[in-house]
Ligand binder design. Structure first.
Ligand code: FAD
Ligand code: FES
Length: 259
C-alpha cells in the first residue's frame, strides 16, 4: 500500500514528442520509490503562478527511474495542460502522489497493452517494468493521424518495446484501430487505456475472446483523493464509484459499459 505525498519537484527535462504532446521529467524520489504502473499524480503549479488554473490536473506516471526521476506524457487540451506544457528545466511543479489503484499483472500470461492517444502514458511504465522482468509485453498504440503520434524512438528508449503503431488514416504504422487484427492466440492479459468508445470496444473484444481485461479510465478529476466526487463511473452493480480512489484501473467486468 502506498502513502501519497505532496512535494515540489524540480523539472529536469522537457521535450516536444509530437505536435501538441510533451515529455516532462521531474526529480521526485519520494514518489518514484513508491510508484506502480497504472498509478497517477496530480500535477500543478501551486500558487507560484497566479495566472495559472488553481486546480492541479491528473497525469499517469509514464516512467520511473532508479535515480528518482518521474516522466510524464502531457498532451495540451485546455488552460491547465497549456500552462504545464510551458514548464522548462529548473521550474518546480507541485506533485501529489502516487494515487489510485495500479494494474495487477498476470503472472503467467503475455501482456498486451491497448493504448489510444494519451492512453499510451501508463503503458510506458508498464512496458518498462515488464521488460525489466523479462515478461512478454506488446504495446499496440493508436492515434488518429501521424502528426499526433508520440515519438516512437522515445517509446523504444523508455520501454525497450517496439510499439505496434496504428493510425486511423494509415499515415503512420498500420491503418486501423488498436483492436483490429490482433494476434490473441497466446491468450494474453489485455490492458487498455484511451477514450471511452475505445474502452467499450476493448471490453467487447475481451468478452468475445474470454480474455482478462483491465482498463484505466480517464474521467475529469477535481481533487484526485476522493473528496470532490468529480470522477465517478458507473459500476456493473449500478453504483457510482470514484475512479480516483477505486480506480483508475478496473477489471472491465466491474464497470457498466453504456452504449
Ligand atoms: C487518471 C488520469 C490520468 C491521465 N493521464 C494523462 C496523461 O498521462 N497525459 C495526458 O496528457 N493527459 C492525461 N489525463 C488527462 C488530463 O488530466 C486532462 O487532459 C487535463 O486534466 C485537462 O486539463 P486542461 O486544463 O488542459 O483542460 P480543461 O480546460 O479542463 O479541458 C479542456 C477540454 O478537454 C476536455 N477534457 C479535460 N479532461 C478530459 C479527460 N480526462 N477526458 C476527456 N476530455 C477531457 C474538457 O471537457 C474540455 O473540452 C489523465 C486523466 C486522468 C483522470
Ligand atoms: S477526483 Fe475528487 S473524488 Fe475523485
Amino acid at each position: 500500500m502506498t502513502a501519497p505525498v505532496r512535494v515540489w519537484a524540480r523539472v529536469l527535462e522537457t521535450r516536444k514528442a509530437s505536435g501538441d504532446t510533451f515529455w516532462i521529467e521531474v526529480d521526485c524520489p519520494s514518489i518514484a520509490e513508491q510508484a506502480r504502473p497504472g498509478q497517477f499524480v496530480m500535477l500543478g503549479t501551486g500558487l507560484s503562478d497566479v495566472a495559472a488554473p488553481l486546480l492541479p490536473r491528473p497525469f499517469s506516471i509514464g516512467a520511473r527511474e532508479a535515480d528518482g526521476r518521474l516522466g510524464f506524457l502531457l498532451r495540451v487540451f485546455g488552460a491547465g495542460t497549456q500552462r504545464l506544457s510551458a514548464v522548462v528545466p529548473g521550474d518546480d511543479l507541485l506533485v501529489l502522489g502516487p494515487l489510485g489503484r495500479p494494474f495487477t499483472l498476470s503472472p503467467d500470461r503475455p501482456i498486451v497493452c491497448l493504448a489510444g492517444g494519451v492512453g499510451l502514458a501508463p503503458f510506458l511504465f508498464v512496458g518498462a517494468e515488464a521488460k525489466r522482468d523479462a515478461r512478454d509485453v506488446r504495446i499496440v498504440y493508436g492515434e488518429r493521424t501521424a502528426d499526433r503520434v508520440f515519438d516512437p524512438e522515445l517509446i523504444r528508449r523508455i520501454t525497450g518495446v517496439e510499439p505496434d503503431l496504428r493510425t486511423e488514416d494509415g499515415s503512420l504504422g498500420r491503418r486501423g484501430l488498436v483492436i483490429d487484427d490482433l494476434d490473441l492466440d497466446d491468450r494474453p492479459q489485455l490492458l487498455a487505456c484511451g477514450p471511452d468508445p475505445m474502452l467499450r470496444a476493448c471490453a467487447d473484444l475481451a468478452r468475445r475472446h474470454d480474455l482478462p481485461l483491465q482498463v484505466s479510465v480517464e474521467e475529469h478529476m477535481g481533487c484526485g483523493v476522493g473528496t470532490c466526487q468529480g470522477c465517478v463511473v458507473l459500476s456493473s452493480e449500478g453504483e457510482w464509484i470514484k475512479s480516483c480512489t477505486e480506480g483508475p484501473v478496473f477489471d472491465a467486468r466491474e464497470l457498466a459499459w453504456r452504449t
